[in-house]
Design a protein around this ligand. Structure first.
Ligand code: 5U1
Length: 670
């Protein structure tokens, strides 16, 4: 084969791999193999510069940084979308269309729906199959030429698949998936550079870089949502068919796109997407509904800058502005003082928020937050609301930086900062009521002693009324004491006593975890339990002996020895055992001899025959580790029904995916 033939072959092969990886999300080959072919192509092209073509996969990054972006006149204006915020507004939209089209109100209109990506609108122009120009929206009439940057986005084909039309302008959204955004911000912190407030800002900042080499390093992707111009092929008659046509040309479209009959089906779609929203691998801010039939779109027409035939139904805002009234400090289980923002109450994502975490003092410093500032507050899904940053244009000179108190706001003990750590701690230990409360809440929590009905408010009351000092006192509570508490009747008091009684029969890993030793989480507790078999040998173990346990390093070993050396902790453990807490002894085994030793699995979706916890326990019993996130080190992902984004990540990384049958085979079930 000649070099020229080999170059053509490599290009076709690599373009196909890019397409499968970035557009279909289904990698065909390993990274190593891909890199090898790419290197071979680069070497051959270096040898024959005359054979380099603009659509070669080696040519995604090229040229010099620009001085500025050239203006681009959009031949077809880039419109925006009208918004709706309620079912009523959607009903009005549907009614208006019925009237305008002269369709009876009892005949449903056909819509095409897809999630509204939270990124940046761009236009891609292809001539004779080749990407010749990419532009931002700008003001809708004039945008900026960002071709060199768009070429670095691997989901954007440099050449369309055959048979391509003579000329095509596709439009869509460039955005940054959440995992890429988080990795980018981690990198920014490491480099001492400013972090991005959200994936949208990160995408915008990345696409509008004058140096395309910077854009190339950013994890951007692209999805199409419109054909703006088409020459040399017939216009598909519906929005849905237009998208399928773009897909056939190798352009990515939304895998969530659906064709819907009538407005009720739109309501149902909006609800379904809303339910999936937090699990999607990218941010969305609503759903776009378009009249599906192009002839009906034409009849419906436009109003100034938006089509009458499309609408974006927005989710309630997840980021809003409010005022930071004060910063207070919350004392956690290990004494760590967390700054908490007290905010002017505001609706975020449908709930009222008046407190938000500020994480730690370094974060406050980095974000440059002052008391009195107008701040952006974000609440995404079940995550605790957080302060994203200040809006500097509203800053007044008298606004002051929050200051860490020198004494614990709860018990008055000295507050110290550990060397090399961002955390400040109250030195009061269990003498501090705040630490006591948190230690008891941790002890009662689901993954620890699992004491049903012992909620946070109840623990606060019990400690504040002096009914309990430590976790062992829980088991001495009487029916009268409990029934006398606020929001407690005799029935719930009885239930709580029963739950306390049930919790006495536990397992060693749960008990070790429940003790709340610093940095001993569930996995470490489990490893310690299996290594030592019972509590007594663990309590007697030296730091050296502890470090023989997997994942136990010098710091954790020190924490464990320190914990058991304190007479107060020993006394509480004795009291707990005297109260009747017990667990079966564990036969210690050499963990390396187990069937799945050294392997790591991730579970996603719903399995038919096992709860997530059961599946996890089965794997762990065989020596495997179970992790919450997929990485190159993951042995395999076990996927049940409705798997989340983890499966996409696994596919990207080439990590095998097992279904329930393969899982059962693995754990040896008949
Ligand atoms: N998903 C989607 N986003 N989006 C944005 N479709 C869509 N359509 C748009 C815009 C601005 O405009 C239509 C007028 C094509």
């Amino acid at each position: 084969m000649t070099d020229a033939e080999r170059i053509r072959q490599l290009r076709e092969e690599l373009t196909e791999y890019d397409y499968h990886y970035y557009v279909l999300d289904e990698p065909l080959v390993t990274d190593e193999y891909y890199d090898r072919l790419m290197r071979e192509l680069r070497d051959l092209e270096a040898k024959h510069p005359e054979l380099v073509t603009p659509d070669s996969p080696t040519q995604r990054v090229g040229g010099q940084a620009a001085e500025r972006f050239e203006p681009v006149q959009h031949e077809v204006p880039m419109l925006s979308l009208d918004n709706a915020f309620s079912e009523q507004e959607m009903l009005d939209f549907d009614r208006r269309l019925h009237e305008r089209l002269g369709v009876d109100s009892d005949r449903p209109l056909q819509y095409c729906a897809e999630p509204k990506l939270d990124g940046l609108a761009i236009s891609l122009l292809y001539e004779d199959g080749l990407l010749v120009r990419a532009a931002t929206r700008g003001d809708g009439r004039t945008g900026e030429n960002i071709t060199a940057n768009a070429r670095t986005v691997k989901a954007i084909p440099l050449r369309l698949k055959k048979p391509w039309p003579q000329r095509l302008e596709a439009r869509g959204e460039v955005y940054m998936p959440r995992d890429g955004f988080e990795a980018l911000n981690r990198q920014q912190i490491e480099k001492g550079q400013k972090t991005f407030a959200n994936p949208r800002n990160a995408a915008a900042g990345s696409l509008r870089q004058l140096d395309p080499k910077v854009t190339a390093e950013r994890p951007l992707t692209y999805t199409s949502y419109q054909i703006a111009q088409l020459d040399g092929a017939d216009w598909p008659p519906t929005q849905y068919d237009q998208m399928l046509y773009l897909k056939s040309l190798g352009l990515p479209i939304s895998p969530y796109m659906e064709r819907l009959q009538g407005i009720e089906a739109c309501f149902d779609y909006f609800r379904r997407i809303g339910e999936q929203r937090d699990d999607l691998p990218f941010d969305i801010d609503g759903v776009v509904f378009k009249l599906d039939r192009v002839d009906q779109q034409r009849k419906a027409g436009f109003v100034s800058r938006a089509p009458r035939w499309a609408i974006a139904w927005k989710f309630p805002a997840q980021e809003v502005m409010t005022r930071l009234l004060d910063v207070e400090f919350q004392v956690g289980r290990t004494g760590a003082l967390t700054p908490v923002a007290r905010l002017e109450p505001v609706q975020v994502g449908g709930v009222t928020v008046s407190n938000a975490t500020l994480h730690n003092m370094d974060e406050i410093e980095r974000k440059d937050i002052r008391i009195g500032d107008c701040v952006i507050v974000r609440r995404a899904g079940d995550v605790i609301p957080e302060v994203v940053g200040p809006v500097l244009k509203f800053r007044k000179p008298q606004f002051r930086k929050p200051v860490m108190p020198e004494r614990c706001p709860v018990c008055g003990s000295e507050v110290v900062r550990e060397e090399g750590h961002a955390v400040y701690r109250c030195t009061g230990g269990l003498g501090c009521p705040a630490q006591r409360k948190e230690a008891i809440k941790h002890f009662a929590s689901r993954k620890a002693m699992d004491i049903d009905g012992l909620g946070d408010k109840l623990v606060d009351q019990l400690v504040e009324r002096g009914l309990i000092e430590d976790v062992a006192d829980l088991y001495a509570l009487s029916l009268e004491q409990l029934a006398g508490l606020e929001r407690m009747g005799e029935k719930s008091a009885r239930n709580l006593l029963e739950a306390l009684e049930r919790s006495k029969s536990t397992t060693l890993p749960r008990f070790i975890y429940a003790l709340g030793i610093r940095e001993v989480g569930e996995a470490t507790a489990e490893a310690l339990a299996h290594h030592f078999g019972d509590l007594q040998p663990l309590m007697e173990a030296s730091e050296e002996a502890l470090q023989e346990v997997e994942d136990v390093g010098p710091v954790v070993a020190f924490n464990i020895v320190h914990f058991f050396a304190q007479p107060r902790n020993r006394a509480v453990i004795d009291k707990l055992i005297a109260a009747g807490i017990h667990w079966p002894k564990i036969d210690t085994v050499d963990p390396d001899s187990l069937l799945l030793a050294g392997k790591t699995y991730v579970i996603t979706g719903t399995l038919e025959h096992y709860s997530r916890e059961q599946a996890k326990q089965r794997l762990k019993a065989l020596g495997a580790k179970v992790s919450g996130s997929v990485s190159k080190k993951t042995t395999a992902v076990i996927a049940g029904d409705k798997p989340g984004s983890k499966i996409d990540k696994a596919r990207k990384l080439g990590v095998p995916v097992l279904d329930e049958a393969a899982f059962e085979e693995l754990i040896g079930t008949d």
